[in-house]
Write a protein that binds this ligand. Structure first.
Ligand code: FNR
Length: 379
């Protein structure tokens, strides 16, 4: 067997093991996918300054994100339908993150519920909230996250309306998958995935089914989700959620310096510079390209995190050098999960850790906190 050396290797294995509908769901961006591509490509333009004959012993990647100790400043991003990449995917990814020492963020649109994840983890995880029109449902979710002792609420702001992803429409995405001839043929080549899926009872949105009014089965669920994203969401709602939650709050989906100022004014503990992995506004700039402007605007007021396009430890270091305190990976851990389950998530994290460690050392630094613009060439 070929060794698995980087995230691209994990991606190719996941492509062969996960039914096409769900692999494509992870791998898709909105419309032409230009922002999805830019997220990855813009990282490559940033070059490191190599330094030599610097003492490289005693290196450490340990850091903090919103005051929590992390083995390296890389969290797992909230991703919907993670339990469709691999049966019980959210539970496995949360365990892998916990063992590794990095935060795991559970999506509102997860397959495993808040309670499922809490039942298999010992340390607090983070919960990502979509504000739905049904505010009673939102209140209930917040209360469930509190009861599960989640240590941060990640409030996603960039999905008041759903970006169109062509692959999902063409594939007729649904969870559980519909038994169309194309799906049956595709799944017939992925029997281990099917066998694991048949063994678990978790095959639909665990935070929603049985909790939201009128959602009992698949058809009521899809009409509910289509109606529920709230086009009227405003900064006032952010204030309301902040009060209702009362704990650490991270605002996700900021791409503009003016929005960053408004977000910082809410008193949020951190903001995530993000374009939702290129899945919302196609044609928006890459996250890494807007990071310096946002750092300049609000770094003195809130902690700044970034996601979108990180495919290596080198990309993590680039983001840190440009002023991010923490980063998130979405697809890289999903590929790991699809390829090898929990072990694959650990592999994705190990790959990133090794790349980050070696790159930092070759730039002449020993501590991750020393990452700064001096490690990069000026444009
Ligand atoms: C996402 N993302 C996302 N974000 C969020 O706030 N709630 C969600 O439910 C989801 N769901 C989701 C599903 C899938 C399959 C992907 C790939 C992404 C966005 C995610 O949190 C993050 O912003 C991006 O994934 C970061 O980009 P990379 O690392 O995937 O390039």
């Amino acid at each position: 067997m070929k060794p698995t050396l980087d995230i691209a290797d994990l991606k190719e294995i996941a492509r062969r093991r996960v039914p096409r509908m769900f692999f494509d769901y992870a791998d898709s961006g909105a419309w032409t996918e230009s922002t999805y591509r830019a997220n990855e490509e813009d990282f490559k333009k940033i070059k490191f300054r190599q330094r030599v004959l610097v003492d490289m012993t005693g290196r450490s990647l340990e850091s903090t994100m919103i005051g929590e100790k992390v083995a390296m400043p890389v969290a797992l991003a909230p991703t919907g339908l993670t339990g469709m990449q691999h049966a019980d995917g959210e539970m496995l990814a949360a365990q892998a993150a916990e063992e590794f020492g990095v935060p795991f963020t559970l999506s509102t649109m997860s397959i495993c519920s808040i309670e499922d994840v809490a039942s298999v983890t010992k340390k607090p995880f983070w919960f990502q909230l979509y504000v739905m029109r049904d505010r009673d449902f939102v209140i209930n979710l917040i209360d469930r996250a509190k009861a599960a002792k989640c240590s941060a609420l990640v409030l996603t702001l960039d999905l008041q309306i759903l970006g169109q992803r062509h692959k999902d429409l063409r594939n007729g995405l649904s969870a559980p998958p519909r038994m169309t001839p194309a799906n049956i043929v595709n799944m017939a080549f992925r029997l281990p995935w099917c066998a694991r899926m048949l063994k678990t009872r978790r095959r639909s949105f665990g935070n929603i089914v049985g909790h939201a009014k009128g959602v009992g089965d698949l058809s009521s669920l899809s009409s509910w989700t289509n109606e529920q994203f709230d086009p009227r969401l405003s900064w006032k709602d952010v204030e309301w959620i902040r009060e209702r939650w009362g704990g650490k709050l991270i605002l996700k989906g900021i791409l503009d310096a003016e929005d960053a100022k408004l977000a910082a004014a809410t008193g949020a503990d951190a903001i995530i510079v993000s374009n939702h992995g290129g899945r919302q506004l196609d044609g928006a700039p890459s996250s890494i390209s807007v990071l310096p402007g946002i750092v300049e605007a609000v770094a003195d007021r809130t902690e700044i995190h970034l996601d979108g396009g990180i495919r290596s430890g080198q990309d993590v270091l680039r983001a840190l050098c440009l002023g991010a305190q923490g980063t998130y990976i979405g697809r890289p851990f999903l590929y790991g999960l699809g390829a090898f389950g929990k072990q694959g998530v650990t592999m994705a994290l190990e790959i990133i850790r090794k790349e980050l460690d070696v790159t930092l050392a070759l730039c002449g630094k020993r501590l991750i906190g020393e990452a700064g613009p001096d490690l990069l060439y000026k444009e």
